[in-house]
Design a binder for this molecule. Structure first.
Ligand SMILES: Cc1cc2nc3c(=O)[nH]c(=O)nc-3n(C[C@H](O)[C@H](O)[C@H](O)COP(=O)(O)O)c2cc1C
Ligand code: SF4
Ligand code: SF4
Length: 273
């Protein structure tokens, strides 16, 4: 049986963190509380400079958001530096009520290729980074109930004697190409170079600069973007006065299309064990 639990996640707007933490806490509770949980949050650039490794006594609840139907490509380099050393892992992906496509199978494969024994996987829904209506306020109570049930099943699987079999999750190989937005005429467009703007309500509190996972918001002038922007919307959603926003036409059209197509249906979490 495992002796320690670690949550390992990237979570720009907090939804991945909520599910991963929920799973870890419920498993620890089932253990009778005699197990410790440590957290490794690799959302900020400084954390991704560290080297991290586990051992066979560890259970790692690992989570990433789904970006363009896949594991965010900016995280691949860091993810491939982690050593599992035969630790047990649960792969979790969070998506914004469109679809998780091949992100879960890709994440499971990454963990396995780095020495983890992945015994369970789950695709959960969180409020879409771009929107306040798509997947609004999720994960909610219903999602957390599914999370707790999933944690119970993981705990039961770990109690069975011998090495736990690897999980099979949904997804295709080869993985799909990264999902691409379209403009108003239905032509594929790239929003890779799009960056947020800052309006005059800004009180210069610097929070946006502190929470940017790419370290791309200039601390001295928060209206300046100095590096790449992954459109994670941490700066937009965490700004206390709503001063950060996107005004790019293609970005706004893509957001609109997603809201029109996917707000009406509540997608359900899928758990594989
Ligand atoms: C660049 C980008 C691409 C995204 N692509 C998808 C997608 O393909 N499918 C989807 O349902 N949600 C997509 N989302 C939404 C996120 O997966 C979702 O909001 C997730 O809950 C964010 O996790 P976090 O709160 O831990 O940052 C995307 C978000 C961003 C920023
Ligand atoms: S978080 Fe908002 S108010 Fe604070 S510095 Fe950034 S834009 Fe300005
Ligand atoms: S500047 Fe871009 S990458 Fe940085 S927090 Fe804002 S949306 Fe995310």
């Amino acid at each position: 049986m495992i002796k320690k639990i670690t949550t390992l996640y990237f979570s720009a707007t907090g939804t991945t963190e909520k599910i991963v933490t929920g799973i870890a806490e419920k498993i620890a509770k089932n253990h009778g509380g005699e197990i410790t949980i440590s957290n490794f949050d690799f959302t900020l650039p400084e954390a991704r400079k560290k080297t991290i490794s586990f051992d066979k006594d560890s259970l790692v609840i690992a989570g990433v958001p789904v970006y363009a139907g896949r594991v965010p490509n900016v995280l691949l380099k860091f993810l491939n530096t982690i050593s599992g050393n035969d630790a047990t892992a649960v792969a979790v992906v969070l998506y914004g009520n469109r679809h998780y496509d091949d992100a879960l199978i890709e994440f499971k494969d990454i963990l396995e290729s780095n020495g983890f024994n992945v015994i369970a996987g789950g695709a959960f829904i969180g409020e879409h980074s771009f929107s306040e209506t798509l997947g609004a306020d999720r994960p909610d109570e219903q999602d957390m109930a599914v999370t707790a049930d999933f944690a119970d099943k993981i705990y039961d699987k770990m109690k069975t004697p011998g090495k736990n079999p690897a999980v099979v999750v949904s997804g295709n190989k080869p993985y799909m190409e990264y999902y691409r937005p379209k403009d108003q005429n239905g032509n594929f467009v790239s929003i890779l170079k799009v960056t947020p703007r800052t309006n005059s309500d800004c009180i210069d509190c610097k929070l946006c600069s502190e929470v940017c996972p790419m370290g791309s918001i200039d601390l001295d002038d928060v209206s300046k973007i100095t590096g790449i922007c992954i459109k994670c919307c941490a700066c937009v959603k965490k700004c206390p006065v709503g001063a950060k926003y996107f005004d790019d036409e293609n970005y706004l059209w893509h957001k609109h299309e997603l809201e029109v197509a996917f707000t009406g249906t509540r997608r359900k979490p899928e758990c594989f064990i």
